[in-house]
Design a protein. Structure first.
Ligand code: 8OZ
Length: 366
C-alpha cells in the first residue's frame, strides 16, 4: 500500500495569511439545515465541526447575513448576538482540537421563497427574473417566485450587512470569512447577464455587474484584515439557474479586480457545482489561478489521486473536499492512509438531528 503522506505535500502544514494550517485539505462549506429557532447554529454543531477539525481549514456552512438573505429552511445566521454566542461554541470546539475555521457569508437573493422571508415578502434580486426550480421551505419544496428587483437605494444597506456580519464572525472566534460569490446566489446574480438586467450602475457592462461584489469585498476588508478574507466563485457552474454570455471575460475581470484587496484566497468551484468538472461553454479555470495573487483553493469532485495531481502540477494551493466530509469526519487521516471512504445517507443530509450529522464514526487508523 502506498501511503499518500510520503509522496505529497497535501498532508504538510502551510501558512494561510495569519494562520498555519495543519495540511492543504479543506472542508468546503456544506449546508446541513439543522439550525435552532432564531437561526442559531445547532447545539450539535460544535461537536460536528470538532469531529472534522483535522481539516487544514474548515469553511463553515453558508450563513445568512440578514433575515432577507435566507433561502432554505433551518440555515444559520450571523446578524445577532444569539447567533454569535452559538457560533462561539463552534469555533472554541474547533480551536480546542487544533483546527481552523472560516465562516461563509451568504445572501441568497432570488433563491428563496416568501415562506422564508420576513413578513412573507418577495425574495430580492438584481432583476425580476424568476429562477427555475423549487425552494426548500419548512413545509417542503415550493416553486420559486418572481423576485423583486432591488432599488439602487437598498444596495448600501446590504453592503453594510456584509460588513457587520464579518465583524460578528470575528467576534464569534472565526479565523476569517469567505464571501459567498458562487452558486447563483445574490452576488453571482449580479455578476451574470442572465439574471442581471439592470440599467443603472450595477448592470450592463462587466464592470457594472461586478460592482456589488467588489463593493462588498471592499467593505469587508475595511473592517477585518484582508488576510482573513477569502471569496468563493463558481465561474462555469449553472447552479441555481445561472448563466453568462461570456464567463471567461467576466471572471477574468473580477479576479483581476480582486487583487486590489489582497484577499487571502480564491476558492473556485470547478465545473458544475456537485456535478461534472467539465461543462459546455466552460473555460480553463487555471486562467483564474494564474491571474489571482493569493492562494487558490480548488473544489468539486476531488478524490485523492486528483488532489495529489493538483499539488504535483501546482494547479492549486489547497484542495477543498465537500461531500466526502459528511460521512468521513476523519477524512484527512483516511486519505493519508489511502483508506476506504464511507458514503453518506442522502435521507439525513438536510434537517433533523444527530443521525447523519454527528454519528458517522472515525476509523481507528493510528
Ligand atoms: C446545497 C443545498 C443548500 C445550499 C450552495 C449554500 O450551493 C449552498 C447550498 C447547497 O452554495
Amino acid at each position: 500500500m502506498t501511503i499518500a503522506s510520503q509522496t505529497s505535500d497535501l498532508f504538510k502544514p502551510v501558512q494561510l495569511g495569519a494562520i498555519q494550517l495543519q495540511n492543504r485539505i479543506a472542508m468546503a462549506p456544506l449546508t446541513r439545515s439543522r439550525a435552532q429557532a432564531g437561526d442559531v447554529p445547532s447545539e450539535l454543531a460544535p461537536e460536528y465541526y470538532a469531529q472534522r477539525a483535522g481539516a487544514g481549514l474548515i469553511i463553515a456552512e453558508a450563513t445568512q447575513i440578514s433575515p432577507q438573505g435566507k433561502g432554505y429552511a433551518w440555515t444559520p445566521g450571523i446578524y445577532n448576538e444569539a447567533q454569535v454566542a452559538g457560533w462561539k461554541k463552534v469555533t472554541d470546539a474547533v480551536h480546542a482540537k487544533g483546527g481552523h475555521i472560516f465562516l461563509q457569508l451568504w445572501h441568497v437573493g432570488r433563491i428563496s421563497h416568501p415562506d422564508l422571508q420576513p413578513g412573507n415578502a418577495l425574495p430580492v434580486a438584481p432583476s425580476a427574473v424568476t429562477p427555475q426550480g423549487n425552494a426548500f421551505t419548512e413545509t417542503g419544496f415550493k416553486p420559486f417566485v418572481e423576485p423583486r428587483a432591488l432599488e439602487l437605494s437598498e444596495l448600501p444597506g446590504i453592503i453594510e450587512q456584509y460588513k457587520t456580519a464579518a465583524q460578528l464572525a470575528i467576534k464569534a472566534g472565526f479565523d476569517g470569512v469567505e464571501i459567498h460569490g458562487a452558486n447563483g446566489y445574490l452576488l453571482d446574480q449580479f455578476l451574470r447577464d442572465k439574471t442581471n438586467r439592470r440599467t443603472d450602475a450595477y448592470g450592463g457592462s462587466i464592470e457594472n455587474r461586478a460592482r456589488l461584489l467588489l463593493e462588498v469585498v471592499e467593505a469587508v476588508t475595511s473592517v477585518i484584515p484582508s488576510e482573513r478574507v477569502g471569496i468563493r466563485l463558481s465561474p462555469i457552474s449553472p447552479a441555481n439557474d445561472i448563466a453568462d454570455s461570456d464567463p471567461k471575460a467576466l471572471f477574468s475581470y473580477v479576479v483581476e479586480q480582486l487583487n486590489r484587496f489582497k484577499l487571502v484566497y480564491l476558492h473556485v468551484v470547478e465545473g458544475a457545482t456537485g456535478g461534472p468538472r467539465q461543462v459546455e461553454h466552460g473555460f480553463d479555470l487555471q486562467v483564474l489561478r494564474d491571474l489571482f495573487k493569493g492562494f487558490y483553493i480548488a473544489n468539486n469532485g476531488y478524490d485523492l489521486p486528483l488532489a495529489t495531481k493538483a499539488r504535483e502540477g501546482n494547479l492549486a494551493d489547497i484542495v477543498a473536499f465537500g461531500r466526502p466530509w459528511i460521512a468521513n469526519p476523519d477524512l484527512v487521516e483516511r486519505l493519508k492512509h489511502n483508506a476506504d471512504l464511507a458514503s453518506f445517507n442522502p435521507d439525513t443530509l438536510y434537517g433533523g438531528g444527530a443521525a447523519g450529522y454527528t454519528d458517522y464514526p472515525a476509523l481507528n487508523l493510528a
